[in-house]
Design a protein around this ligand. Structure first.
Ligand SMILES: Cc1cc2nc3c(=O)[nH]c(=O)nc-3n(C[C@H](O)[C@H](O)[C@H](O)COP(=O)(O)O)c2cc1C
Length: 168
């Protein structure tokens, strides 16, 4: 799958097959995050790869809008340094890289935002002065994906040269 295909077809996946994902694939996902560009190339992030089943369940229990973390083959907790003014932007670029790379490797994932951040930070023994941006569960999708995205039409959100000048 090339990069454009991955971007155009990727949807969020919340149901995972009970299948392990080889460790080298898990690390490829991390590598994709590591390669993201960041402001001044400061790379203000820490990734924690979670592939211990019991730990995944503990994290899921602290994720009110992400119970599916418990069924993931692995998850990545992304921490960013709030002393860097671009921490959210930089961290998000790394996350998107990981999600798209995962998709191209046959893995679904979803951004989970509803998190008990302090408790997860403590559980994972992460530095307290870092902000837990998200925990992303990854795994083989449980169901065949339809891949139909609901998005605003291009003409509604993009213009040619000047705002409100329609794209042809
Ligand atoms: C900042 C952010 C927070 C999100 N939080 C959650 C979440 O807590 N739980 C969840 O199931 N999905 C969450 N999502 C996923 C969105 O619901 C999803 O990206 C959107 O509905 C588009 O889904 P699609 O690509 O499958 O069409 C979040 C996405 C973003 C970008």
């Amino acid at each position: 799958m090339d990069a454009l295909d991955a971007v155009l077809t990727k949807i969020e996946v919340r149901e995972f097959a009970p299948e392990d994902v080889p460790y080298y694939i898990q690390k490829k996902v991390l590598e994709a995050g590591r390669m993201a560009g960041s402001a001044y190339n400061r790379q203000p992030w820490i990734f924690i790869l979670i592939n211990d089943k019991e730990l995944l369940e503990k994290v899921a229990a602290l994720a009110p809008t992400g119970p599916y973390i418990s069924k993931a083959a692995f998850a990545v907790a992304v921490f960013v340094d709030p002393r860097n003014p671009f921490y959210i932007i930089d961290g998000t670029r790394a996350v998107q890289n990981m999600m798209i790379a995962g998709w191209s490797l046959g893995l679904g994932s979803v951004w989970v935002n509803g998190l008990e951040r302090e408790k997860i930070t403590e559980l994972l023994k992460a530095p307290k002065d870092f902000y837990l941006l998200t925990v992303i569960p990854f795994g083989k999708p449980a169901k065949k994906l339809k891949g139909k995205k609901k998005r605003k039409p291009l003409n509604e959100i993009a213009f040619l040269n000047y705002y409100s000048n329609e794209l042809k």
